[in-house]
Write a protein that binds this ligand. Structure first.
Ligand code: NAD
Length: 360
């Protein structure tokens, strides 16, 4: 079977890590009898340099016509890059917001997983890390505070600003359904995170999640206040399987969850729409400090490609094969600089891709 994949190499280390993910996908395709046809589009700084805007309408059309989108990362050094002298709507990140909106990507999935081989990188106490970390945050991505009405004004000479947090039940229901479906394929536990002791939007969130739960009797649901969840993530992350939450809480908690594993170069992510179409990218940024040196860790992007096979193309065996190849590579002690212990030998970005591909 042939699959059309739109690739967004982007900026900084983006082109280097996407090249390794393509390499691994090509080998996976050969092994399992599929063809992956890649079409690159420009986004972020790379698009600004050529077209003057971070994402063109033509690029969006190319992405829409594909079976899925695989991205590296976008953006430059926010202190020194000329891209950040442009008005906010013309900067690299505006491209990401535009494509999320154009593709209707309302569900953001961010797994946080601690490999035994990298447990020394975990920032928590050893006895906590030893219990394991294997959770996924399902974050609502197109509603809530970041998309509500906002204004800044003066009242009696005092500068005042207001942001609005609004959710309707359909927005909550569709993300909840997505989370329950994912939990059903994992350890069957959902922690729905809100601030229902204070916010009306959270009380509606909790009510709708409880309604959806009735359709998934094999999944256990608990509700947790966001402040408690932030604490529990560092106290005992092993208690979590699927964390379901709204946009802003998810933004903060997903960064916290990914940082506790200690390996930003290892963490994948997916953003999906209602049909299962998705954009897949590593959780990290474009790492301008190491761009062009062939030392970046491509594993987060390679694991994002595995997520793409699993969630958008329904190729489970193929996704398993990529994840197993990453695990074997780590077990062999192969390390890029960011995940190497002091004194350990390291390999380049392209070598890491070669070795993972060889284990498919
Ligand atoms: P960053 O994630 O790019 O880098 C943080 C640190 O982690 C750096 O030291 C970097 O070298 C290291 N790092 C990140 N990925 C790595 C990898 N794969 N291998 C080895 N080391 C890695 O975060 P930042 O420096 O705050 O942001 C840089 C740029 O990326 C900014 O322009 C920011 O806006 C952008 N950004 C883009 C995305 C995205 O494309 N979705 C996400 C986050 C940040």
């Amino acid at each position: 079977m042939k699959y059309n994949i739109t690739c967004i190499p982007g900026d900084g280390i983006g082109p280097e890590i996407v090249a390794e993910a393509k390499k691994v996908l090509e080998v996976t395709g050969r092994k399992f009898g599929h063809e992956f046809a890649f079409t690159d589009i420009l986004m972020g700084g790379a698009s600004i340099d050529v077209h003057g805007v971070p994402l063109t309408d033509e690029a969006i059309e190319t992405a829409k016509a594909a079976d899925a989108v695989l991205m590296g990362s976008i953006g430059g050094d926010t202190n020194t890059s000329p891209w950040y002298k442009l008005e906010p709507s013309k900067r690299p990140e505006a491209g990401l917001l535009k494509i999320r909106k154009a593709l209707g990507l309302f569900a953001n999935l961010r797994p946080a997983f601690l490999y035994d081989e990298l447990s020394s990188a975990c920032v928590l106490k050893k006895e906590i890390c030893d219990r394991g970390i294997d959770l996924i945050i399902v974050r609502e991505l197109t509603g809530g505070l970041y998309f509500g009405e906002r204004k800044t004004y003066e009242e009696n000479g005092i500068r005042t600003a207001v942001d609005t947090l609004k959710y309707d039940e359909s927005e909550i229901r569709r993300i909840a359904i997505r989370a329950f479906e994912i939990a059903g394929k994992r350890r069957k536990k959902i922690t729905s995170v809100d601030k229902a002791n204070v916010l009306d939007s959270s009380r509606l969130w909790r009510a709708v999640v409880n309604e959806v739960a009735k359709d998934y009797p094999d999944v256990t649901v608990e509700h947790m206040l966001v402040d408690n969840c932030a604490m529990q993530l560092v106290k005992d992350p092993s208690q979590f399987d699927v964390i379901l939450t709204e946009n802003m809480f998810g933004d903060i908690l997903s960064d916290e969850a990914s940082m506790i594993t200690g390996s930003i170069g290892m963490l994948s992510s997916a953003s999906l729409n209602e049909t299962g179409f998705g954009l897949y990218e590593p959780s990290h940024g474009s790492a301008p400090d190491i761009a062009g040196k062939n030392i970046a860790n491509p594993i987060a992007t390679i694991l994002s490609a595995a997520m793409m096979l699993r969630f958008s193309l329904n190729l489970q065996k193929e996704a398993d094969a990529i994840e197993a190849a990453v695990k074997t590579t780590l077990t062999e002690g192969v390390r890029t600089k960011d995940i190497a212990a002091a004194g350990e030998e390291t390999v380049s970005c392209s070598k890491m891709g070669d070795i993972i591909a060889s284990h498919i």
